[in-house]
Ligand binder design. Structure first.
Ligand code: SF4
Length: 74
């Protein structure tokens, strides 16, 4: 999966508290609720998919491929 594809998907590990609680692991100021989605390589759990990246490089595609390491290898 490309990073841009991942960023359109919900992260099942996001945990948020109600506004004002001060506890949150995502940016909450984004107006379109982007903060519950995967942040791809911005997350320590993101794993690069080296096979997909090699194929992408061979066709001159610049975007990185990977997967959520917490969800298991695809
Ligand atoms: S890589 Fe996994 S844990 Fe990290 S933001 Fe994406 S879905 Fe969530």
């Amino acid at each position: 999966m490309t990073e841009s594809e991942a960023k359109k998907r919900w992260c099942p590990f996001v945990r948020m508290h109600s506004p004002g609680s001060g506890a949150c692991n995502r940016e909450t100021q984004t107006p379109d609720m982007q903060y519950y989605k995967c942040i791809a390589s911005g997350c320590m759990a993101w794993r690069d998919d080296e096979v997909a990246n090699q194929i992408a490089r061979s066709v001159m595609e610049n975007e990185g491929h990977g997967f959520c390491g917490l969800a298991g290898k695809p």
